[in-house]
Write a protein that binds this ligand. Structure first.
Ligand SMILES: O=C(O)CCCC[C@@H]1SC[C@@H]2NC(=O)N[C@@H]21
Length: 187
């Protein structure tokens, strides 16, 4: 099926992961070297949503989180929210979380296979980092009117932390798979 239908249980899972995104915003935002885009644990939420829920449900949970944020709830790290953040320097990263979670899910669940650690790590690297940066960095450059090259260099500050998030998301995903495989609901 090209587009999946969700059951009630799926809706519950989607809401849980939207809530996890909100919780990951609670520790706050760190901005290094006067950057326009914060370092936040929420990028790991997008990795986990795709890895555990799969592409459609994972991406939908991020959309639910973003709709609530757009509506004005202060769910982004540092207690931010509202329509303004969707035209700000981090707008592309927010969109990137949706596509990124989808790509993580496609890779982790490749052809309906169960999660294994290396595909989970690869999925988080490609979907959770490469895809998110590929959308986020050009939008950041456009919004801040900074040359793309300089924006790419400024985004390097995210790499060490995001690599740690890949490792952590992989460990959490594999532990959850062993302890509670029903959370994944492979079809
Ligand atoms: O809170 C926001 O306004 C969105 C923040 C986007 C942060 C991006 S996601 C990828 C990279 N890793 C981080 O920790 N921060 C940036």
């Amino acid at each position: 099926m090209l587009v999946e239908r969700f059951e009630t249980r799926d809706v519950a899972r989607i809401v849980v992961f939207a809530a996890i995104m909100a919780v990951l915003g609670l520790p706050g935002a760190v901005t290094l070297f006067g950057g326009a885009v914060p370092i936040t644990l929420q990028s790991m939420g997008a990795m986990l949503a795709g890895a555990v829920l799969g592409p459609w449900r994972g991406a939908t949970s991020i959309i639910v989180f973003l709709v609530l944020t757009f509506a004005g709830l202060p769910l982004l790290s540092g207690g931010r929210g509202g329509a303004g953040v969707f035209v700000g320097p981090s707008a592309g990263y927010l969109a990137g979380w949706v596509l990124g979670a989808f790509v993580v899910g496609v890779i982790v669940r490749f052809r309906g296979r169960p999660p294994v650690w290396w595909r989970t790590a690869l999925g988080c690297l490609v979907g959770g980092m490469a895809v998110v940066y590929a959308i986020g960095v050009p939008v950041q450059a456009a919004v801040t009117h900074l040359p793309l090259g300089k924006t790419v260099l400024s985004a390097l500050v995210f790499v060490p932390g995001d690599l740690l998030k890949v490792v952590f998301a992989t460990i959490v995903t594999m532990a959850l798979w062993r302890a509670y495989p029903r959370a994944f609901e492979l079809k």
